[in-house]
Design a protein around this ligand. Structure first.
Ligand SMILES: NC(=O)c1ccc[n+]([C@@H]2O[C@H](COP(=O)([O-])OP(=O)(O)OC[C@H]3O[C@@H](n4cnc5c(N)ncnc54)[C@H](O)[C@@H]3O)[C@@H](O)[C@H]2O)c1
Ligand SMILES: O=c1ccn([C@@H]2O[C@H](COP(=O)(O)OP(=O)(O)O[C@H]3O[C@H](CO)[C@H](O)[C@H](O)[C@H]3O)[C@@H](O)[C@H]2O)c(=O)[nH]1
Length: 330
């Protein structure tokens, strides 16, 4: 199978490129390097530096490499940034996905895997959320992904394309062999921030809100190890390659941890003190988001390997320690 990986120079896309390579598939990366890194793409994987919104470039890439499937990771993904810049998010995530889909249709690509997000659900409920729950995003980031899901469904129906939409919950951790991990500069994601603080790379961190209606007052999330998330993508490609029908599936483990529990786990696993200051709530944060992942397990026969918060933290710690030793301040 020949796969175009958009955003393949980034955190999750980079793990996908390694998994495709490990499985003996050819891939081509398309990335504008806005948050990704050229060095994170293996030398034997072609990297096209460009934008998913560049219709001619994408069409030419799809044709030149006889691409069978697109896995579309490229996006902006910071919730607070999206609240400040909704037009930027809709342009990058929705309008440019439209252009990518148009090129895919023109090139006759029949299968598409799309990185969506639990942010499409908004403040759903305190129970695990299933795919048929109402969508009510709290941020332009979430709505930019929801709109792309709608567009993909309609384009697929009209043009004989089949797709898998994967709605990721909170992705964390690093490749257990330490070949790749999260490199995003000025990261805002909780586990990375907490680990960097424990390692002394940040003087302290903030807990955004301790007055939520949860047992300890902090928000609850379902943290999924990036390698388990990638195995869901590989199952999705197998499913589509075998002629499987289009589907939407949540990617999470089905249980959540509060912000305070995550910070305590980082303290325990690292064995280091970690100063966490109480701060105001962050805009756009839902209280609790936990996945009902029944569909992922049943339709794609997905089985997680790293469903353990301490393991996720340990892999993040090893990755951040390696970055620090190499003097990479990311
Ligand atoms: N990290 C998470 O917790 C999380 C959760 C849910 C969904 N997601 C989704 O997963 C995907 C990947 O996220 P990530 O964490 O790897 O982020 P990332 O920033 O590390 O990767 C995104 C990559 O896309 C590239 N990119 C962005 N816009 C582009 C464009 N217009 N054209 C070409 N390349 C472009 C960037 O340079 C980067 O390499 C995103 O679609 C994101 O919405 C991530
Ligand atoms: O320094 C920090 C960082 C985060 N948090 C809190 O930790 C929780 C998780 O926050 P993250 O920023 O790590 O992740 P989000 O839940 O905001 O969003 C992530 O998961 C979502 C799905 O659940 C989306 O997919 C999105 O792309 C991705 O960034 C939130 O309650 C947040 O307020 C802190 O208290 N302090």
């Amino acid at each position: 199978m020949k796969v175009l990986v958009t955003g393949g120079a980034g955190y999750i896309g980079g793990h996908m490129v390694l998994a495709l390579r490990d499985a003996g598939h050819d891939s081509v990366v398309l990335d504008n390097l806005s948050t990704g890194f050229r060095w994170s793409v293996p030398e034997d994987v072609p990297l096209v530096v460009g934008d998913v919104g560049d219709y001619e470039l994408v069409l030419q890439t799809l044709r030149a490499h006889s691409i069978d499937a697109i896995v579309h990771f490229a996006a902006k993904l910071i919730v607070p940034e999206s609240l400040r810049d909704p037009l930027g998010y809709h342009l990058n995530n929705t309008v440019k996905s439209r252009s990518l889909l148009a090129a895919a249709v023109a090139a006759g690509v029949e299968t598409f895997v799309f990185s969506s997000t639990a942010a499409v659900y908004g403040n759903a409920s305190d129970r695990p959320i299933a795919e048929d729950a109402p969508l009510a995003p709290l941020s332009p980031y979430g709505s930019s992904k929801q709109l792309t899901e709608v567009m993909l469904r309609e384009v697929a129906a009209a043009h004989g394309m089949r797709f898998v939409v994967l709605r990721y919950f909170n992705v964390a951790g690093a490749d257990p062999a330490m070949r790749h991990g999260q490199c995003t500069a000025n990261a805002t994601h909780l586990i990375k921030v907490a680990v960097q603080t424990a390692l002394g790379m940040r003087p302290s961190m903030e807990v955004f809100g301790t007055d939520y209606p949860t047992p300890d007052g902090t928000c609850i999330r379902d943290y999924i190890h990036v390698s388990d998330l990638i195995s869901a993508h590989m199952r999705a490609l197998d499913h589509l390659g075998a002629g499987g029908e289009s589907l939407v599936a949540n990617c999470g483990y089905g249980h959540g941890y509060s912000v305070s529990e995550v910070i305590d786990t980082v303290r325990k696993v690292s064995g280091r003190p970690l100063e966490a200051r109480i701060a105001l709530r962050r805009d756009g944060d839902p209280v609790t988001i936990v996945a009902d992942s029944t569909r992922l397990r049943s339709s794609l026969d997905w089985q997680p390997r790293y469903d353990d918060l301490a393991t996720i933290v340990e892999h993040t710690l090893r990755w951040e320690t390696m970055l620090r030793e190499r003097n990479l301040k990311l």
